[in-house]
Design a binder for this molecule. Structure first.
Ligand SMILES: O=C(O)CCC(=O)C(=O)O
Ligand SMILES: [Fe+2]
Length: 329
């Protein structure tokens, strides 16, 4: 159901092949809002390094992790959030046809922005606490931005727009990187909690790298309140999804998603060797490509492209991000 796109085809010299790739890429995101991509410009060695350092950080004692804390406010969205601090369920029913129960998150996370953001500084672990953290994630951030630009070009072409249309709305590089660790929990914990509550992402596109534990689920059909598994192809296969800003510009589908108890574990947990009711620890790294704060969210494809009627199409992307993040902390 979720297509897998090999970006080496986008780099192919054959014009017709490239055009067909872009057309199918957009059609897939129009339908599901999610797809898988490989050969996406983020080198496997960088992904390995990012997962290794993420694990090293989360394995530090809590008092060390709390030396670079997320502030007790929505902004700046930077630094370490301990287990239970961030409440994604605030967003679970945003613009949603079928309301969901508001479940608590079972996760800890670390949010990182651009080193050149004029508005917010990053919050890094202080010197002496995992000194490899900052260079690893500034470099990983740059690799993801490189991938983002190619993806924005493919999207623009697939939508029938000039190649640089979307890249021109992303010149300020105010993207965000988020490391998440979901600790080992019991299957029964999912009766009243979840790993990350259902939500849509607020930006343009998200690139998600994950280990092979699984549990990522997407609302499908769109707006139905039913969630289906996206199986994990491991950390080199990137999951790409559409965020709310891209939906407003183009009408592509910004699907609700969550990390929950996968159908596979729920039905075959014991066959998968999961004994004692245990759901294993999980790691993910998400890169949120965000529009320039001054960019308008007016539809790029004519007013028919966006069916949303909530007034937000007249906002700038910066105003929209501020509106959406409210109440998360
Ligand atoms: O950890 C994951 O697989 C998904 C995380 C996510 O959806 C998010 O942080 O927005
Ligand atoms: Fe998300």
């Amino acid at each position: 159901m979720f297509h897998r796109f090999d970006f080496s085809t986008f780099r192919s010299a054959d014009q017709a092949e490239r055009e067909e790739f872009c057309r199918q890429f957009v059609a897939s995101l129009q339908q599901h809002g999610f797809c898988k991509i490989v050969n996406h410009y983020v080198p496997p060695a960088d992904i390995d390094q990012a997962f290794e350092i993420s694990r090293a950080f989360f394995e530090l004692p809590l008092n060390e992790k709390l030396k670079s804390p997320h502030p007790a406010a929505d902004n700046p969205h930077r630094g370490y959030s301990a287990f239970g601090v961030e409440k994604v369920s605030t967003h679970s029913n945003y613009d949603a046809a079928n309301p969901m129960p508001l479940l608590k998150d079972m996760k800890e996370s670390y949010d990182i922005g651009s080193e050149s953001d004029p508005l917010w500084d990053n919050i890094w672990p202080p010197s002496g606490v995992l000194d490899t953290f900052r260079p690893t994630f500034t470099s990983f951030y740059s690799a993801c931005y490189h991938a983002e630009l190619a993806i924005l070009e493919a999207l623009s072409l697939g939508l029938g727009l000039p190649a640089e249309t979307l890249a021109n709305l992303h010149k300020d590089e105010i993207n965000e990187l988020r490391l998440t660790r979901y600790p080992e929990v019991s299957r029964s914990d999912f009766a009243h909690s979840t790993r990350i509550a259902a939500h849509t992402d607020f930006g343009t596109i998200t690139l998600l790298f994950q280990d092979d534990v699984g549990g990522l689920q997407v609302e499908a059909p769109y707006g139905s309140g039913k969630f289906i598994d996206i199986d994990s192809g491991g950390r080199y296969e990137c999951i790409l999804n559409v965020g709310d800003c891209l939906r407003k510009w183009t009408g592509l589908c910004s699907a609700r998603h969550r990390v929950h108890l996968s159908e596979a574990v729920q039905t075959n947990g014991s066959e998968m060797g999961l004994t004692n009711d245990v759901v294993p620890e999980r790691y993910s790294i998400a890169y949120f490509a965000k529009p320039d704060r001054t960019a308008s969210l007016r539809p790029l494809l004519g007013s028919e492209a966006d069916k949303s009627n909530d007034g937000t199409v007249c906002m700038t992307a910066g105003e929209f991000q501020n509106m959406r993040i409210q109440g998360t902390y």
